[in-house]
Design a protein around this ligand. Structure first.
Ligand code: 6R9
Length: 655
């Protein structure tokens, strides 16, 4: 624990001691957190009435629990997510900007007001209805960053349909699997995408995927580049513009039950098959609304910029739902931090006078490496709160972020959460929490985190201790199930340690009770904040005809946090490619099966893998070797063939 002891602690940021006054201070944080655990019904009941608009009020605040995985919040209530995100603000102030769309090419930006958003959402919702989409049906959204992505989410929500966004970096195979799994009949995509000056052939990826999705009847295509070679398939595909312009500009929102699903989002777990995490409506909206308001200290005229992609949970909660639930302006950013130059983020903040900025440590590390001159020339005085998410942020990156982006004036919030938690669960609050670089600090309201001994499952109490991170009590925005596989939900989250939600992360509590997240304790990798399962990558590798076995482990990487290192052995009779071209083939296999973002940094062809006598691959040993800790392997004599360790070390050392 020594490493957590002597770090510098930062006081409340100067800009948070001025106007507007922050919503929360140290004493209100503490008393509200205590109240949220002591009287959850009263605490959450009040907030749900204040922050959500209900068609039918709820009577019960909480029902069910962890034992059967039947958690329900506000169960008798009915509401509509798109009404809550759009109509409320459109009626009050139709000209207020809801979305700023910053296109890939600088200089191209568009604004969508709340009034316009209501029309666009309504038209698409009407079109979906005409295609036969009903309450409870799933719709696949395979869109790069564009305002239509937000419109699509909300249009589904408006008619009670369940959206399932597939990140537009996924391959056609991944898209196919997800489309089949959630039984979608409609897919929304673009002709092509634009990112960092490159063109992405989204429509042709959809076409390839749909060859094996017999249930899909309709594809709606947003015209992004207008490339004429992109073809529409007759009877199946239609342009977004054509589909929407035919429709009436108002669609009545369909009230759904609090517990009806709002969306499915696939995420990687410790087995090869991605899980369709299901979020419900009311609890999720409350969690995202409340965290945007308090974790980012959002006020009425703020402009919120979350640089994630809408294909991940961060985009769902902090580009779409959370900011719109607060009626503020949200940024949809199509480009990358380095296009056309490494000052792109800062130019955007400066140009739109962004007040909250939210990104991942991997981008911060990249920009730090590229030099201060890019950030120093921008006027960033509009910023008040800057956030980090996705992986542990190392203190050097935190301090750079604080100094060069926050200019030592802004609150830095290192926010810990997961696809499954729906919204932020461990985080500083800008007006309340003294921060320590690298620590996500304290639980948000309603969250009761504990550290468990991984062997005994007993709570590790007191300070200066470590364990696996679990949550003692249900909270409104937690995922309710895994689509079509409730058993897997129970086995993954609720049954490993009975009575707790298990996060899959290890954590430490320091002398002041602050929480430090240490990373996954399961077979999940975190590359640039993207979650990947080792089993998923291994099964892709094994699909190559020559590969006999594959073992994938993480290796540390200065920019991406972790990088993928794959060890493979070839079948005895394989006489195909040489090492070099084989590596290329294997990269292609992974790109096809998963997507380019899952490309390994290293692929090492080995004569064998370290195995126990019962034939289990010892990934622990490979992990050490890949992390350059090959001298700390301990006793390897129990391996089936201990001599393989030295051979693998040698191969790994060779670049
Ligand atoms: C929101 C999101 C979840 C995993 C999670 C953990 C890691 C996220 C973090 C963090 C340390 C933070 N993680 N935020 N680790 N500090 N502030 O990223 O969701 O893609 O599901 O990933 O990311 O390991 O378990 P998701």
């Amino acid at each position: 624990m020594a490493e957590y002891r002597e770090v510098q602690s930062f006081p409340i940021a100067p800009r948070l001691t001025q106007n507007p006054k922050p919503h929360v201070n140290d004493s209100t944080y503490k008393s509200d957190h205590a109240a949220s655990l002591k009287n959850p019904d009263e605490f959450w009941g009040k907030l749900a009435r204040e922050m959500l608009s209900w068609d039918v009020p709820f009577r019960t605040v909480r029902a069910g629990g962890f034992e059967n995985g039947d958690v329900a919040w506000f169960p008798e209530g009915q509401l509509n997510a798109s009404y809550n995100c759009v109509d409320r603000w459109a009626y009050k102030n139709p000209d207020k900007v809801a979305i700023i769309y910053e296109a890939d090419e600088p200089g191209n930006h568009e604004e969508v007001t709340y009034g316009q958003l209501l029309v666009q959402v309504s038209q698409l919702a009407n079109a979906l209805k005409k295609m036969g989409v009903k309450k409870g049906d799933s719709v696949i959204i395979y869109l790069p960053m564009c305002p239509q992505a937000i419109v699509s989410l909300l249009a589904c929500a408006r008619i009670g349909a369940v959206h399932s966004v597939v990140f537009a970096g996924f391959s056609s195979d991944s898209l196919r699997d997800r489309t089949v799994d959630c039984e979608a009949r409609v897919v929304i995509t673009t002709d092509e995408g634009k990112r960092g000056g490159r063109t992405i052939a989204t429509k042709s990826i959809v076409d390839a995927a749909l060859k094996e999705c017999p249930k899909v009847e309709h594809v709606i295509v947003v015209k992004r580049t207008g490339n004429e070679s992109v073809q529409l398939q007759k009877g199946r595909d239609q342009w977004w513009g054509d589909v929407c312009s035919r429709e009436r500009a108002f669609c009545p929102p369909v009230p759904v039950n609090s517990e009806d699903p709002l969306f499915i989002l696939y995420t990687s777990g410790s087995t090869g098959k991605p899980k369709g995490v299901v979020h419900s409506t009311a609890g999720y909206l409350l969690g995202t609304a409340l965290t945007v308001k308090h974790v980012f200290d959002v006020h009425e005229n703020d402009k919120f910029a979350c640089m994630a992609d809408v294909g991940w949970i961060t985009g769902h909660s902090y580009i779409c739902y959370g900011p719109l639930m607060n009626g503020v302006t949200t940024l949809v950013f199509e480009s990358t931090p380095v296009y056309p130059t490494a000052s792109r983020y800062w130019d955007v903040v400066d140009k739109h006078k962004i007040t909250q900025f939210y990104t991942a440590p991997t981008s911060i590390r990249l920009l730090r490496r590229l030099g201060e001159e890019h950030v120093n020339k921008a006027d960033l005085s509009s910023l008040r709160v800057i956030g980090s998410v996705g992986e542990p942020i190392n203190p050097e990156a935190w301090e750079w972020y604080n100094k060069h982006v926050g200019r030592e004036q802004c609150a830095i919030v290192d926010t810990y959460w997961q696809t499954e938690t729906g919204s932020i669960i461990i985080t500083p609050l800008p007006g309340a929490t003294k921060t320590k670089p690298g620590s996500a600090t304290n639980p948000f309201w309603g969250i009761d985190p504990v550290l468990l001994d991984p062997q005994t499952g007993k709570e590790v109490t007191g300070n200066e201790v470590e364990g696996v991170l679990a949550i003692r009590n249900p909270w409104p925005s937690m995922a309710r199930t895994v689509f079509n596989d409730h058993q897997r939900y129970l086995e993954t989250y609720l049954h490993p340690y009975r009575g707790y939600y298990f996060t899959g992360d290890g954590a430490a509590r320091d002398k002041d009770g602050y929480i430090w997240i240490k990373g996954r304790v399961d077979d999940v990798l975190n590359v640039s904040g993207h979650r990947l399962s080792t089993a998923e990558i291994e099964s892709a590798l094994i699909s190559h005809p020559g590969v006999a076995e594959a073992a994938v482990v993480a290796m540390p990487d200065e920019t991406t946090g972790q990088a993928i290192c794959a060890y493979v052995t070839m079948k005895g009779d394989y006489d195909g490619a040489t090492d070099d071209s084989l590596t290329k083939e294997l990269v292609l296999v992974i790109r096809k099966n998963i997507g380019p973002f899952a490309t390994p940094k290293r692929i090492i062809v080995a004569p064998d893998l370290p195995k126990t006598r019962s034939g289990k691959i010892m990934r622990r040993i490979l992990r050490k070797i890949a992390s350059n800790e090959g001298d700390q392997l301990g006793d390897v004599s129990s391996l089936a063939d201990p001599s393989i360790v030295d051979k693998i070390k040698e191969l790994t050392a060779k670049k």
